[in-house]
Design a protein around this ligand. Structure first.
Ligand code: GRF
Length: 196
């Protein structure tokens, strides 16, 4: 068995793709299971998805701690308690503290909604990534799964998948296509590769 801890901040569609693949897909045969879902946002719908799937959810919010250091310490404790074989950042919008990166070398992966090194790094998250792709006028974009290192979206690339940009795309339409045709495919696949 291969136990993963998934960190989320928002809607949780990537978490849902992992849950669905564990139920009846590639992750089922790879004997992957989710030990815990951790969110920095108590209102994240991803926590609802975890609950519906019978998975333990935990909120570690900066708002609940006196300073950044105390929050980061609590986040590390919450991860360590689950003793994961792999940590998966699935739409997690908090920069991972270097102490956590150092404690889990090559054991933290992230999904980014562009073909790194395009449209990534500080300030490029969520819809902002797709707004930048559309304003640059790229004809192809996609998603990347990479190992997390001390930087932002700078770790070694594991998988990428391209999608076409269509004539009348809005950032929202493009985000949905990148999620459905790229993110939700390569994130479970990357986890399966690492589990095997
Ligand atoms: C989306 O912008 C997605 O592209 C990125 O994180 C955001 C939320 O994803 N990976 P999710 O629906 O919470 O998985």
């Amino acid at each position: 068995m291969f136990g993963i801890t998934v960190l989320v901040s928002g809607g949780g569609t990537n978490l849902q793709a992992i849950i669905d693949s564990i139920a009846d897909g590639e992750l089922k045969s790879a004997e992957v299971f989710i030990k815990k879902v951790i969110s920095n946002n108590k209102d994240a719908y991803a926590l609802e998805r975890a609950k519906n799937a019978g998975i333990k959810g935990e909120v570690v919010s900066p708002k609940d701690y006196p300073d950044r250091g105390a929050f980061e310490h609590a986040l590390k404790d919450a991860i360590d308690e689950s003793a994961p074989d792999l940590i998966v950042l699935a739409g997690f919008l908090v920069v991972i503290p270097k102490e956590i990166v150092a404690s889990y070398p090559q054991k933290i992966i992230n999904i980014h909604p562009s073909l790194i090194p395009s449209f990534c790094g500080k300030g490029y998250y969520g819809l902002k990534v797709h707004e930048a792709a559309l304003s640059r006028g790229v004809k192809v974009t996609g998603a990347t799964v990479h190992f997390v290192d001390e930087g932002t979206d700078t770790g070694p690339i594991i998988l990428q998948k391209a999608v076409n940009v269509e004539e009348n795309d809005t950032p929202e339409i493009l985000q949905q296509r990148v999620m459905k045709e790229a993110e939700h495919i390569i994130l479970p696949h990357a986890i399966a590769l690492l589990a095997k």
